[in-house]
Design a protein around this ligand. Structure first.
Ligand code: DHB
Length: 284
C-alpha cells in the first residue's frame, strides 16, 4: 500500500489501484492549515527531505471533496489523521469513522508541526495518552503511525498496543536538515524536515524488528522500501504488510513493480504463502 502523503488519486494513471492492499490518503487535520513556508522539499544524495506541514482545508471539505475520489475503488481506504492535541485527535477520529472508511491511521509522528520535530509518538507516555483517547472514540480499525525519532521504540510500541491500537505503522520520516553552503540558508523553509527514501531503510527495518519483539499486534513496515527484496526484508523483520512512499515519486509505477516482483521472488526463495515470511528472520 502507499505511504500517507506519497500518494494521490492521480496514481490511477500509472497503476491499477485495485491491485493495491489499501489506498492511504495524505494526512488531514481538523484545523485549517496553510502548510509550512517554502521550499518544502529538498533532495539530498541519500534521500528526500520534506517539510510540507500538513496543509488542510478541514474535515468537512475532506469528507465532501477528497474522500469520494478514493472510495470509488474496491480497495480499502485508509484515512490518515493529524492533530495538535489529544482532544482534537479524538474528536477528528470520531468524526472520520465513516462507513466508507476502512481504517483510520493516526499520524502521531509528523516531524513538521512542532519545534524540533516533537510529536506524540516520541515518548511512551504521550503515545499512551493519545492512542487511548482515540480508542475510546472509535470502533473502526485504527493504526498508530510511529516515528524513528524515538529513542526507546519498544516501549512506545508497547504503549500504543496497551492503549488499544489495532496495528502499528513503523514508521515515519527521520528528522533531518540540509544547508546551502553558498547562501548559508537551510534548504527547507522550516529549517528541519523529514528524511525519507533508501537512506532510512536500515533504521526503519531495525525498528520494525524491535516493535515485532515488543508487541503482538500487526506491524506495517514503512521506510525506504523500493523493491520486492526490500518488502521481503521488512516482512522477515516482522512486518505483516508494507507501505511505499518515496519510491513512488521516483517511479509512479513502483508499487506495481514491487507487487509483481514479490510473486517471482517468493517463487525463487521457495515461499508459497507470503505470510510464512512474517518475523522469520533467523537469529541463531
Ligand atoms: C508531513 C511530513 C511527514 O514526513 C509526514 O510523515 C507527515 C506529514 C507534512 O509535513 O505534511
Amino acid at each position: 500500500m502507499p505511504a500517507s502523503g506519497c500518494f494521490a488519486i492521480e496514481y490511477a494513471e500509472a497503476l491499477d489501484l485495485n491491485n493495491l492492499g489499501a489506498l492511504v490518503i495524505k494526512s488531514v487535520s481538523p484545523k485549517c492549515r496553510a502548510g509550512n513556508p517554502t521550499p518544502r522539499v529538498a533532495e539530498t544524495y541519500s534521500g528526500m527531505l520534506n517539510s510540507i506541514g500538513i496543509p488542510s482545508k478541514g474535515l468537512a471539505y475532506y469528507r465532501e471533496s477528497v474522500l469520494p475520489a478514493y472510495t470509488r475503488y474496491d480497495t480499502p481506504v485508509v484515512v490518515s489523521i493529524s492533530a495538535d492535541t489529544v482532544d482534537e485527535f479524538a474528536d477528528a477520529v470520531a468524526e472520520m469513522s465513516l462507513p466508507e472508511v476502512a481504517v483510520i491511521e493516526a499520524n502521531i509522528s509528523c516531524p513538521n508541526l512542532e519545534a524540533d520535530g516533537m510529536a506524540f509518538a516520541m515518548t511512551p507516555e504521550t503515545t499512551y495518552k493519545v492512542v487511548g483517547a482515540i480508542r475510546r472514540r472509535t470502533s473502526h480499525p485504527f493504526w498508530a503511525k510511529l516515528t524513528p525519532n524515538a529513542s526507546h521504540i519498544a516501549a512506545v510500541a508497547k504503549a500504543a498496543e496497551e492503549a488499544g491500537a489495532d496495528a502499528l505503522v513503523m514508521g515515519n520520516t527521520v528528522l533531518g536538515m540540509s544547508i546551502d553552503v553558498r547562501t548559508r540558508k537551510p534548504k527547507l523553509g522550516n529549517v528541519m524536515g523529514g528524511l525519507s527514501g533508501p537512506a532510512i531503510k536500515p533504521i526503519a527495518l531495525r525498528m520494525v524488528h524491535q516493535c515485532y519483539r515488543s508487541v503482538r499486534i500487526p506491524i506495517i513496515g514503512c521506510g525506504g522500501i523500493s523493491s520486492a527484496e526490500d518488502a521481503v526484508e521488512f516482512m522477515l523483520a516482522g512486518a505483516s504488510a508494507v507501505q511505499v512512499g518515496t519510491a513512488s515519486f521516483i517511479d509512479p509505477g513502483a508499487m506495481q513493480k514491487i507487487i509483481d516482483g514479490l510473486e517471482s521472488l517468493c517463487q525463487e526463495i521457495g515461499v508459497e504463502n507470503i505470510r510464512e515470511l512474517i518475523g522469520q528472520v533467523k537469529l541463531d
